[in-house]
Design a protein. Structure first.
Length: 143
């Protein structure tokens, strides 16, 4: 299955937290994983936030970020989907950075896999509901 992975899943590859096991199984599985380059910046921001809150040691952030380029995804340039992402953001009243993942999924014929329940729930009742799957639901269908 072709999947676009968002930063909420990527961070689980870097830091042990709820859902990390499912994220690691996703990475080790046979799905074809994709991500926009935006995911690297969003992952960096999430790690900064975790360090700021004392959830991870500040001196680990650099090493964790170095692992981002080794993530098991096919990287895509953001500028190829930004126009569609803005259109979707306006249509759905969602942040553009969330819609970059959705736009990429539409572009390459994939689903977005996310651990962001707010994003998944916001799309569930729209015409894009079939384009998003939660990490937990994906894990359940693969076990």
């Amino acid at each position: 299955m072709r999947l676009v992975v968002d930063a909420s899943v990527a961070v689980k590859w870097l830091v042990a937290e709820d859902g990390s096991g499912a994220a690691h199984r996703l990475a080790a599985g046979d799905d074809d994983l994709h991500a926009p380059r935006l995911m690297a910046s969003e992952s960096a921001n999430a790690l900064w936030r975790k360090a700021r809150l004392g959830e991870i040691e500040r001196d680990r952030v650099g090493a964790l970020m170095a692992a981002v380029s080794e993530m098991p995804v096919h990287w895509h340039a953001d500028e190829t989907v930004c126009a569609d992402a803005v259109r979707l953001a306006l249509e759905l009243d969602r942040p553009v950075y969330d819609c970059v993942y959705l736009a990429l999924a539409h572009c390459i014929g994939a689903q977005v896999v996310t651990a962001d329940m707010r994003f998944a729930n916001a799309l569930a009742t729209t015409e894009h509901g079939d384009t998003i799957v939660t990490l937990a639901d994906h894990a359940r269908t693969r076990s």
